[in-house]
Design a protein around this ligand. Sequence first.
Ligand code: THU
Length: 128
Amino acid sequence: MANIDWDQLRTEAIGAMKRAYAPYSKFPVGVAAKTDDGRIVSGCNVENASYGLGLCAECGLISNLVLGGRSIIKAIYCVDINGNALSPCGRCRQLLWEHSTPDTQFMTPDGPAPLSTLLPWAFGPENL
Ligand code: THU
């Protein structure tokens, strides 16, 4: 997808990362996505004293996405504390998949890649 403003998405992701609540892992994460209707949605990780209940940044992003109208994600940029591209955990790949297309672009440490390469043979709504 040629017309993705990756710099803008990275800036949004860094802004979200700075709002993360990660006192236990000290590993703040931010993520931003561009939707097919031109919105930018973002999220940060939110941890909890009951460690296992922590929410990944992508969980917040998906909540914000659905709250704003259930658009399709076209591009995603997830960052660590240094603003470097961060690969999403397995659970979050599945969360993102539900609201994306196989061609949705994800920024990896090696550059943009289609979501289908991050989650090959994905389970999705069509399997139900
Ligand atoms: N984390 C995310 O927010 N997203 C990911 O895809 C990977 C991990 C968070 C969870 C936890 O708060 C911290 O990073 C360390 O694992």
